[in-house]
Ligand binder design. Structure first.
Ligand SMILES: [Zn+2]
Length: 301
């Protein structure tokens, strides 16, 4: 095994006891994987797709992997470029639902497909098997993204977050967040390149941060880290919080800080927008979730 220069940063013997599963090895999944290329006990890669030419700008793999399965190319990349042992890397060239049940011993699942039905299915499986998960996604044209960390699946989950959010605040993640009009009507393909690799790498770094906390046993509450690069909505605020936010924004420039937040009023509600900004939301149990229920209710729904 090569010498991993992680002494003092990561506990190698702890790393070697953990099993990490990555579902979806597109641009975000491959970047996150490259930041987590450590000698885990087992590393499981699941994705049915092959690498296409339009993937190359945003993907860890390059032209010499064109038309190969992404998981196969990434296994080779991990072995050749990072010195990981091939016998510890398992690849599945199928959809997640066909193989995930083999990994009830997983310590963490990272999901980066951006497909709502996959996220929902995986969330149900992780809650039922008490396995931590991180769900990553990129917004339209790479304006930002979010990483939802469910380290405590018995407390709350992705469904709790989705039902508690008014979903029109944040862009949808499927089809790269692009509306149907951005798709070529005849082929169903994207009409434009959805984002560059920089914003993807930034969200992948957030996922790495959260994943290492979970895999090294640092207690983290369930949370959604929203990270925007260009002006994007972060949060909808009730009026009682708007004045406090406004004062904070005004003080930023007085303190010599370039304001990275602004408040937009639409109808009777305020939206906090950000640019080069991060915000972390605490995910609480939600009455709308089939797996959890709010603390003030006595019956699960
Ligand atoms: Zn829930």
């Amino acid at each position: 095994m090569p010498h991993f220069r992680i002494t003092g940063l990561l506990n190698l013997s702890q790393v070697q006891q953990q099993t990490l599963v990555v579902v979806g090895l597109g641009s975000l999944g491959s970047h996150a994987l490259s930041l987590l290329a450590y000698p885990w006990r087992q590393l499981v890669l699941i994705d049915p797709d092959t690498l296409a030419e339009e993937n190359v700008e945003r993907h860890i793999l390059g032209y010499n992997s064109l038309r190969n399965y992404k998981v196969t190319g990434l296994k080779q990349w991990l072995v050749r470029n990072r010195g990981l042992e091939a016998s510890r890397i398992v690849v599945h060239r199928v959809t997640m639902d066909r193989v995930i049940d083999k990994y009830r011993h997983a310590n963490l699942v990272i999901e980066a497909t951006g497909i709502p039905s996959v996220r929902s299915l995986l969330n149900a499986w992780c809650v039922q098997n008490n396995i931590p998960a991180i769900y990553g996604g990129i917004y339209i044209r790479g304006a930002g993204g979010d990483s939802i960390s469910i380290a405590q699946p018995q407390h709350s989950c992705l469904e709790c977050y989705d039902t508690a959010q008014s979903n029109d605040d944040l862009p949808p993640l499927d089809n790269y967040g692009l509306p149907q009009t951005s798709l070529n009507q005849e082929t169903g393909e994207l009409n434009e390149v959805p984002y560059l690799s920089g914003p993807v790498a930034a969200i992948a770094a957030d996922i790495q941060d959260m994943a290492l906390d979970i895999l090294t046993g640092i207690h983290t509450p369930n949370q959604c880290l929203i990270h925007v690069h260009r002006w994007e909505p972060l949060l909808t605020l009730p009026e009682k919080w708007a004045n406090g936010a406004k004062a904070w924004i005004e003080q930023q420039s007085e303190m010599g800080v370039i304001p990275n937040l602004r408040l937009v009023k639409e109808n009777d509600r305020f939206t906090l927008q950000g640019a080069r900004a991060k915000i972390t939301l605490n995910i609480q149990p939600s009455g709308g979730c089939p797996f959890h229920f709010a603390a003030d209710e006595t019956q699960p729904l």
